[in-house]
Design a protein around this ligand. Structure first.
Ligand SMILES: [Ca+2]
Ligand SMILES: [Ca+2]
Length: 429
């Protein structure tokens, strides 16, 4: 099984949320910290499509005293070698029943997802089922140790790819932005284009003017947080106190979110949501870069968590006293090369052409439909006019027939009357 630090982090952060007793750390400040904690907990989302299932499984496992105890004493190694998953055999019956129920729900959710996909894409069932690696597909009714193992390993793997995907997404975002900028400039006449180019250049320069950004994880950066965010005396800066203060969920380690929260002060120097020239997407990319930089230097055992020991060790390194300025995204070379941009633009063109083709086909179909409807309409209208003409004729002829009939009746009657009269006169005579 893969190394799964994030899982441990997840387990621990949720266990802290459920079981920790609030500790009054520094009087009046406690309430503000507590609110911040609550907000953070609400926002914790792994971003995985089976996030809810993952969280529910952990929550249910937490209700078992035996498993909870094992969880609190487990280390990364225990999770890595599957020892923790084996503990599942010892949890209470009602916990197992609840887990079975969760798995059945998840299977049924995925089945619906599959059905929706199958209906629209007509892909084969087996290859789609393989996409769901977080549960054992051979057993759809009960939750077994295998399920816990698969859930842990898949979540770990997926979370490890998460940062790489975020960088990739950002790259595409930047290329699209540049593409649109170029297209916009192309659409202008020379005079306007030069004016716009000048304006854009000015905005770019304005964006690059900002106070010095400290290197993340350096003493200068931490001191600024200590002084400005925590409101403490700079003379009394103490790494151990700093660590405890920013381990907001009090689980003894700084996780990715707790680290990223430390960079807000630096990011605010460069990015202001009110400014046209500051792109908040770039700010989030910058935050990710900062976190990666600190993790690379401080997280010695690579479990994506900073322990107190690791943190204190980092303060002894010479890089800790780095007074150089952090190179922001704008100081480094673009996240894409010109060749990559060209490829991206070619892809966009292909997609646009495909869309245009589809729109053309649709338009042609509409035209055809319109013609058909119109011709049918004409027929109906024509038929009506012919019909009404016929109706008039028919009426006329009926009128004619009627008068003939009346006339002949009258004649007949007249004849009869004449005949009667004659007969009477004959009888009388
Ligand atoms: Ca923590
Ligand atoms: Ca670590």
């Amino acid at each position: 099984m893969n190394l799964n630090p994030r899982w441990l982090l997840l387990l621990l952060s949720i266990s802290a949320e459920v079981w920790s007793v609030p500790i009054d750390r520094n009087g009046g400040k406690q309430e503000a910290v507590h609110i911040e904690e609550e907000n953070q907990e609400e926002n914790v989302d792994t971003g995985l499509y089976y996030d809810r299932y993952l969280r529910e499984v952990i929550e249910v496992l937490e209700t078992d005293p035996h498993f909870r105890e094992k969880l609190q004493t487990a280390n990364t190694e225990d999770i890595k070698n599957g020892r923790l998953s084996k503990e599942l055999d010892l949890v209470g019956h009602h916990v197992r029943t609840r887990l079975d129920e969760l798995k059945r729900q998840e299977v049924s959710r995925l089945r619906m997802l599959l059905k929706a996909k199958l209906d629209s894409l007509q892909m084969d069932h087996a290859s789609l089922l393989k996409q769901f690696e977080h549960l054992d597909p051979h057993n759809q009714n009960t939750f077994e140790a295998k399920d816990l193992e698969l859930l842990i390993s898949t979540a770990t793997k997926d979370l490890e790819n998460y940062d790489a995907e975020r960088h990739e997404e950002f790259k595409r975002y930047e290329m699209l932005k540049e593409h649109e900028r170029r297209e916009y400039l192309k659409s202008l006449d020379q005079e306007k284009r030069e004016k716009e180019e000048k304006r854009m250049q000015e905005l770019k320069e304005k964006h690059r003017q900002h106070p010095k950004v400290n290197v993340p994880g350096s003493v200068a950066q931490l001191r600024e947080v200590w002084e400005e965010t925590d409101g403490l005396d700079p003379q009394e800066f103490n790494p151990k106190t700093f660590f405890k203060l920013h381990d907001t969920n009090e689980d003894g380690v700084l996780d990715e979110q707790e680290l990223e929260a430390l960079f807000t002060k630096e990011l605010e120097k460069v990015y202001d949501p009110k400014n046209e020239e500051d792109d908040m997407m770039e700010m989030e990319e910058e935050r990710l870069r900062m976190r990666e930089h600190v993790m690379k230097n401080v997280d010695i055992n690579k479990d994506r968590l900073v322990s107190l020991e690791e943190f204190l060790k980092s303060t002894e390194r010479k890089e800790f006293n780095n007074v150089k300025e952090w190179e922001t995204l704008d100081d480094t070379k673009p996240v894409y090369t010109e060749a990559e941009l060209q490829r991206f633009e070619a892809e966009l063109r292909d997609k646009e052409e495909e869309l245009k083709r589809r729109a053309d086909t649709l338009r042609q179909e509409q035209e055809l439909l319109k013609e058909r409807v119109l011709s049918r309409l004409y027929k109906v209208l024509n038929f009506e006019s012919v019909f009404s003409e016929l109706a008039v004729q028919e009426f006329e002829s009926q009128k004619h027939h009627k008068s003939v009939r009346i006339y002949s009746f009258l004649l007949k009657n007249k004849d009869e009357q004449v005949h009667k009269k004659t007969r009477l006169s004959w009888v009388r005579s």
